[in-house]
Design a protein around this ligand. Structure first.
Ligand SMILES: NC(=O)c1ccc[n+]([C@@H]2O[C@H](COP(=O)([O-])OP(=O)(O)OC[C@H]3O[C@@H](n4cnc5c(N)ncnc54)[C@H](OP(=O)(O)O)[C@@H]3O)[C@@H](O)[C@H]2O)c1
Length: 274
């Protein structure tokens, strides 16, 4: 089986590296192309055997599954090129949230899925969000999930929840990293602790917390209860955080969903023009 990647920017190359590192794909099973072809060639230098195709059409012709890893405004041009060569038995996967499955199915004769990965997949961790088009059969799902499970926990969702699930799974690592960064900065400023020491402690703490919430099967509420004794230091600080964060996540969701709506409109316009 050959797997193609159109776009070897940040997320395209993360997926390729993760699939190779997990062992689910060998370099020789991977075909890539990129607008700036030197970027794809650099990837091939790091992974001998990986095939650099000269165009989107060639990548599609050579692959059973094609991942489209370009930005929303670049998407329609790529779909138009794929449409000239793709066949009904092939699988095309979008990793871009504002491109609708319906738009893809209307433009392409093949099987279509939308899978939103996360930067955490780079270290074979985190979730990936899977949505399937109407032409996807059981075997296709198994094939895609076999790929995704090698680097993530694939979770099937309904497309109407694309944005909120992407907020949590895909944007979440950046939000959590900001929380950690702010905490480290304050710790250095207030106490004079060494920056790298505070960073190491914070990162190990995030890893351990993630394990407790997954392997350890604690819920977020249970974890707080286990650490905070009534009247203790943690309880007091949790009270402060509860108060300060009140409403913040509602606002965050309003922001991400507002921007998503704008992106959907832009994509719709582009789709109707080209
Ligand atoms: N970053 C994340 O954590 C993340 C997570 C989940 C999903 N995503 C989604 O992944 C998509 C890509 O994001 P990204 O961060 O990887 O963007 P990026 O770094 O800008 O990568 C996009 C790549 O696509 C290439 N490209 C554009 N048009 C092309 C064309 N016609 N033919 C071939 N290659 C083309 C670009 O080539 P050039 O080198 O010429 O610019 C660039 O390397 C976005 O829709 C994003 O929403 C990202």
């Amino acid at each position: 089986m050959k797997v193609g990647f159109i776009g070897t920017g940040s997320m395209g190359s993360i997926l390729i590296e993760a699939f190779i590192q997990s062992g689910v794909l060998e370099s020789k099973q991977i075909v890539v192309t990129n607008r700036t072809i030197a970027k794809a060639q650099r990837l091939a230098e790091q992974h001998p055997g990986l095939h650099v195709a000269a165009s989107v059409a060639e990548t599609t012709r050579l692959s059973h599954i094609v991942f489209i890893c370009v930005k929303p405004h670049e998407f329609k041009r790529v779909v138009n090129e794929i449409a000239t060569v793709v066949t009904p038995d092939q699988l095309v996967v979008s990793i871009t949230s504002p491109i609708l499955i319906e738009q893809l199915e209307n433009s392409l004769p093949c099987k279509v899925a939308k899978i939103i990965p996360s930067i955490a997949n780079y270290v074979q961790s985190g979730a990936s969000i899977c949505m399937y088009g109407s032409r996807i059969g059981t075997e296709d799902r198994l094939l895609l999930e076999q790929l995704m499970i090698s680097i993530s926990q694939p979770i099937v969702i309904s497309e109407q929840h694309t944005r909120i699930t992407s907020d949590i799974c895909s944007c979440g690592p950046a939000f959590l990293a900001l929380f950690v960064q702010k905490w480290i900065d304050a710790a250095v400023e207030r106490t004079g602790i060494d920056y790298s020491e505070a960073t190491r402690l914070a990162c190990e703490m995030v890893l351990g917390t993630g394990k407790l919430l997954t392997e350890g099967k604690l819920t977020p509420e249970q974890l707080q209860q286990r650490v905070a004794v009534p009247g203790g230091i943690t309880a007091e600080a949790l009270h402060l955080l509860q108060h300060k964060l009140d409403g913040v996540f509602h606002q965050l969701i309003d922001v991400t969903h507002g921007k998503f709506q704008e992106d959907l409109e832009k994509v719709k316009k582009l789709w109707s023009e080209t």
